[in-house]
Design a protein around this ligand. Structure first.
Ligand code: SF4
Length: 393
């Protein structure tokens, strides 16, 4: 299958050696102007939640606190997502520039990279880059330091407030929100926490201006997005593409000619069946209507040889394992969903039991405490509703 029409961008991965120049040039500008540029650019968080980055920085700059912090969330644990690993491996300087500018804007002197425990192999090379960055910042009189905090392998610690708990030495369990991190984050202080890719994008906006970024993508989904493409594809890997493409176009570019479903956004995301490829776009808009789907970066492709029952079983296994257990809807609900589909598949329960499981999943969406439990219904409902014949005995 020809992939010659695949239009890749290289804003993120272009190896640019002018990080120090861009940082000095940006720091010479008034903070308000920089924040305005981020707001104009339309940059939203690339971890999946999609909060406007400029607004987040503005809120933290206005918050009161003895100390403030900048945290780069590199706890990349969503199944099928491996793009932040590549960004940190290939262009860590762009992330550090983003953190240093954010620090100046909000008034922080300490930053952290919360690195997924499984990415321990990156620590040495990242520390080397951070050391060089510190030496240069010392020379320039910039008072900002970055430390790596290594996670311990819990998926839930990618949730920002569980991440703070983990950094403070407690179990990685989400906090109630509000207060939001810009008011009360790490150690109860105003904190900006941004995904690796988000910070790397700020570098491009500082260098090329907000209009360049805004000209890419569609409506509320501006700029480019880095995708981790896996599954039944002849060309798995990391790709930077423009926001707003349809799943149909994605399948034409990446599928093997026999694609029956695409999982957009990992286990916490939605499964798009073939009949909806043409009408579903990748972006932030309309995520509840299913017309546009957000993704932190994971795009998993399944061809007709795959059992969607097995796919769903895998996701539920994952959620049962990774639920922190703090709230009942998620702790018990994930287990009941798993046991429920097993019972239907074995014929121990009638096929209409799936409707009760769908109700349970929707209940979890509104009653679970954090995004983990709330998002189980995304993959559960979209797979059960679209591939019901594969779920039954
Ligand atoms: Fe923990 Fe799940 Fe409740 Fe989140 S939804 S707090 S992961 S039990």
């Amino acid at each position: 299958m020809s992939k010659k029409n695949l239009k890749r961008l290289d804003l993120i991965f272009k190896n640019e050696h002018d990080g120090e120049k861009i940082l000095l040039k940006t720091l010479a500008r008034p903070s308000q102007e920089i924040v305005n540029d981020l707001i104009i650019s339309g940059l939203k968080g690339r971890g999946g939640a999609g909060y406007p980055t400029g607004l987040k920085w503005k809120l933290a700059s206005e918050a009161k606190g003895e100390m403030k912090y900048v945290i780069c969330n590199a706890d990349e644990g969503e199944p099928g997502t491996f793009k932040d690993r590549e960004i940190l491996s290939q262009v860590p300087n762009k992330v550090l520039v983003g953190m240093a500018v954010c620090a100046r804007i909000i008034g922080a002197h300490q930053g952290f990279i919360y690195l997924r425990g499984e990415y321990k192999f990156l620590v040495q090379q990242l520390n080397d880059v951070i050391d060089d960055f510190h030496v240069w910042m010392n020379k320039m009189g910039i008072d900002f330091r970055v430390k790596i905090f290594l996670g311990s392998g819990a998926y839930i610690c990618g949730e920002e407030t569980a991440l703070f708990e983990s950094m403070e030495g407690f179990r990685g369990e989400p906090r109630n929100k509000p207060p939001f991190p810009t008011q009360s984050g790490y150690r109860g202080m105003p904190t900006v926490i941004n995904n690796v890719e988000t910070l790397a994008h700020t570098y491009s906006i500082f260098k090329y201006g907000p209009e360049m970024f805004k000209d890419l993508g569609v409506q509320d989904s501006r700029g480019s997005k880095v995708f981790s493409v896996s599954g039944d594809t002849p060309i798995p890997g990391i790709y930077e593409l423009e926001f707003g493409m349809s799943v149909q176009k994605f399948v034409e570019d990446f599928g093997d000619g026999d694609t029956k479903a695409v999982q957009v956004g990992g286990a916490a995301g939605f499964c798009v069946p073939r009949k909806r490829f043409a009408n579903t776009k990748i972006g932030y808009q309309g995520k509840l209507t299913g017309e546009s789907l957000p993704t932190g970066g994971s795009m998993m492709i399944f061809n007709s040889s795959r059992s969607m029952y097995n796919v769903l079983h895998n996701y539920l296994d994952f959620f049962v394992e990774e639920s922190c257990g703090q709230c009942t809807p998620c702790r018990v609900g994930t287990q009941q969903l798993l046991l429920g589909i097993e019972a239907v598949k074995k014929g121990e329960r009638p096929s209409d039991y799936l409707n009760r499981l769908l109700d349970l999943a929707e209940n979890m969406r509104v009653t679970a405490k954090c995004g983990l439990g709330q998002s189980v219904a995304n993959s559960f409902s979209s797979i059960v509703e679209n591939f019901k014949e594969e779920m039954i005995y």
